[in-house]
Design a protein around this ligand. Structure first.
Ligand SMILES: Cc1ncc(COP(=O)(O)O)c(C=O)c1O
Length: 408
């Protein structure tokens, strides 16, 4: 079955007269509807809050939309903190989950009043040296062998993130002795996970830990944060996580506890609602058939970097027979610069517009400038159907702006 897009060929042709391809385009209406669905699934928890992982789609317009739904922001760097400040997301609407943190990042997070989630035992002292201990502190737990993790994030044992269990006990004891009264705990051990059981297990794990620590150290937890990680069904045969099911199963596990549930999803919030639109500029026949487009990994590197699947739609030819096999490629001098490999598609012509689906999270934000390739613009397809430029495309001046040519 063909995937339903929020635009048709003619609309894209009209948009590209003003904003030439390539561009990312995000569907505001679908982002809001999906965000509301998530909120509803967890509305049984009075303190529920989603802190959108800013790294997924760090655009002020999208952050503002999500703020409107009641979401906070999960930041992990100085730049992300400043971005939120500029949008007006401050205080405990920010959860600061970083690792290998720089002093200036702790200072900014503290000044903004963010909830600081420490990644390591030694960061308690480091934070005190940078600023002082804030009112509320959370620790990131790494369960090691107890959980499997996955490809994107690695096995917990091999992952650089978080405290081991013994360190948690010691850490919370130190905080308690220093007079801290508000505590949280966080974990994140998988990314792009489509198995709903994973999230239910994570909650069980954290609740057991909360009970053990509370009993032993004599503290009361205010929240648990299960991190991000709900996946996106990139492949046509994959199923989206049933949020209602996950919500109601977690409600059972909570069993009426007085504890806030936080999460910091990124991918599932914007991923399926962002599209990279790119025009076919070359066709090449050697040992295989290549379709060359006007964008490359600088705009979306998931396929090239992780070998991830992104559905490709040939606009205006959605119902044509898929009897050709193509590699859809960019122009980088790297053979992994491919959006699709050996993909069954209909016959493609130069000038066709291709839509690379599910590009709305960890898409443009992971882009780069290798080979002096520039990042494209971002457009917002608004609720009323209008299209707004929310990030202009980079130009050569942007590429050269950090260089000084005065000696040449
Ligand atoms: C600490 C943290 N929280 C949340 C996220 C968001 O993950 P996802 O986009 O898979 O939901 C990430 C992703 O890298 C992360 O590192």
């Amino acid at each position: 079955m063909n995937r339903k897009l929020p635009f048709i060929k003619e609309k894209i042709e009209q948009i590209s007269k003003k904003f030439p391809t390539p561009f990312h385009i995000y569907d505001e209406k679908a982002i809001i509807e999906n965000a509301q669905k998530l909120k509803k699934a967890f509305s049984w928890n009075k303190g529920f809050k989603e802190y959108f992982a800013v790294k997924a789609t760090p655009n002020p317009h999208i952050l503002k939309t999500l703020q409107g739904v009641g979401f906070g922001s999960d930041c992990s760097s100085l730049g992300e903190l400043v971005l939120c400040e500029k949008v007006g997301i401050v205080g405990e609407n920010i959860m600061f989950t970083s690792n290998n943190t720089l002093p200036e990042e702790f200072v900014k997070a503290y000044k903004l009043g963010a909830i600081i989630n420490l990644d390591d035992f030694t960061h308690i002292e480091f934070l005190e040296k940078c600023v002082e201990l804030p009112d509320v502190i959370s620790f990131r737990y790494n369960p090691g062998d107890l959980r499997e993790g996955n490809v994107l994030i690695g096995k917990p044992c091999d992952a650089k993130f978080g405290f081991i269990k013994e360190q948690l006990f010691e850490g919370y004891k130190i905080l308690k002795d220093k007079g801290i009264k508000r505590f949280g705990i966080h974990t994140m051990v998988a990314s792009n996970e489509l198995d709903p059981k994973y999230f239910i297990e994570t909650v069980k794990m954290l609740l057991n830990l909360v009970d053990e620590i509370s009993l032993k150290i004599g503290i009361k937890f205010e929240f648990i944060n299960i991190g991000g990680g709900i996946g996106v069904p990139y492949k046509p045969d994959e199923q989206a996580v049933d949020l209602e099911f996950v919500g109601s199963e977690i409600e059972k596990v909570f069993d009426g506890r007085d504890l806030k549930l936080f999460m910091e999803m990124g991918r599932m919030i914007t991923g399926p609602y962002g599209y990279l639109v790119t025009k076919v500029i070359h066709k090449k026949h050697i040992y295989k058939e290549y379709i060359g487009v006007d964008s490359c990994m600088s705009a979306l590197m998931r396929a090239g970097m992780y070998g991830e699947y992104h559905e490709v739609i040939v606009l205006g030819k959605e119902n044509n027979l898929k009897n050709f096999t193509y590699d859809v490629v960019g122009s980088l001098c790297e053979n992994n610069d491919k959006f699709a490999i050996d993909r069954k598609l209909c016959e493609i012509d130069i000038g066709d517009n291709l839509v690379i689906c599910d590009a709305g999270a960890h898409g443009l934000s992971m882009g780069f400038q290798y080979n002096a390739k520039l990042r494209p613009c971002e457009l917002y397809l608004q609720k009323d159907g209008d299209v707004k430029l929310i990030r202009r495309a980079e130009n050569l001046d942007d590429y050269f702006c950090t260089l000084d040519f005065s000696e040449f």
